[in-house]
Design a protein around this ligand. Structure first.
Ligand SMILES: [Zn+2]
Length: 108
């Protein structure tokens, strides 16, 4: 029951205005979420984290599939292996660093 502040008439709870005097009830303002300005922001940080995660996954796949951890044959080429030993830690550590950075940057 919503009582009219002007005439005291008891209205329905969903009433937008008084049935007797037609005075409108005050509509409670919907609180908008506090918009904060970010230097980096959660959206960009999320994008960075997802890219970093794909780098980590790529590095792990490279390690498992190419590093000789399975029954499958791996290319036994010195040049290819030197490329792998260069790229794999770059992907893994770089991806992890970028992920942690993105985790921190979402508040900044
Ligand atoms: Zn009224």
């Amino acid at each position: 029951m919503k009582r009219c502040p002007y005439c005291g008439y008891a209205n329905y709870d969903v009433a937008q205005e008084c049935r007797r005097c037609q005075s409108p009830f005050r509509v409670r303002a919907i609180q908008a979420p506090a918009s904060r300005s970010f230097l980096f922001g959660p959206d960009k940080a999320h994008t960075l984290r997802s890219k970093a995660l794909s780098l980590v996954v790529l590095g792990l796949m490279m390690k498992v599939l190419w590093g000789g951890y399975g029954p499958w044959p791996v290319p036994d080429d010195a040049a290819l292996n030197s490329v792998r030993t260069l790229i794999e830690p770059l992907f893994l550590t770089g991806g992890l660093t970028a992920y942690c950075t993105g985790w921190i940057l979402r508040w900044i």
